[in-house]
Design a protein around this ligand. Structure first.
Ligand code: SAM
Length: 167
């Protein structure tokens, strides 16, 4: 069963500090077919439905060059999640795991990430496949898929560092 905000058998919460959203700026909004967590995919799939990522006005110029990338990484803020669980039971069967061993939306900072396929761009709106978030989810960042991206800046020392870190 999908979690709304209930606590399940065996799960553990903590007194989380007041959430301040860490000064993030929401740069757009994501539009998907899913209005309920009961219907949303657990994880996006490359052949999933086309969804729209709508950038807010001041950020349009930041899309320059993005069409060159077949796949993008989308970061979003799963705004309806609870943020105080440290042990969770995804299957609601009393078996729990630590939050950081899961990709559950319930986490201290509910950042979701998905690798999506870019289908098209029209003005400030990208069409993509591969999302798994609710309609209206705030967008926090867009980047080329790291597997398709080579840094444009000159390499520097750390790029050649390998092996164990010195104490
Ligand atoms: N792909 C992302 C990741 O791995 O970081 C998110 C995975 S999470 C398991 C996906 C689930 O989060 C969905 O099935 C839905 O139940 C929930 N979800 C999606 N959008 C949400 C939102 N805006 N607020 C709260 N929960 C959301």
């Amino acid at each position: 069963m999908v979690r709304l905000n209930e606590i399940r058998a065996g799960e553990v919460t903590v007194d989380a500090p007041p959430a301040t959203d860490a000064g993030l700026v929401f740069i757009g909004r994501i539009h998907t077919p899913w209005t309920s967590r009961l219907e949303c995919p657990r994880l996006g799939r490359p052949d999933g439905p086309v969804c729209r990522v709508a950038l807010f006005e001041p950020w349009l110029a930041a899309l320059d060059g993005i069409a060159a990338f077949e796949r993008l990484e989308v970061l979003y803020w799963m705004h309806l999640s609870r943020r105080d669980l440290v042990r969770q039971s995804p299957a609601d069967d009393g078996v729990t795991r630590g939050t950081f061993a899961l990709r559950s939306p319930a986490r201290p900072n509910p950042i979701g990430t998905a690798i999506v396929t870019l289908v098209g761009i029209e003005g400030a709106t990208l069409s993509v496949r591969g999302l798994d978030c609710l309609d209206g989810t705030p967008l926090i960042d867009l980047k080329p898929d790291r597997g398709l991206f080579t840094p444009l800046a000159r390499p520097q020392k750390g790029d050649f560092d390998v092996g164990d870190a010195k104490p």
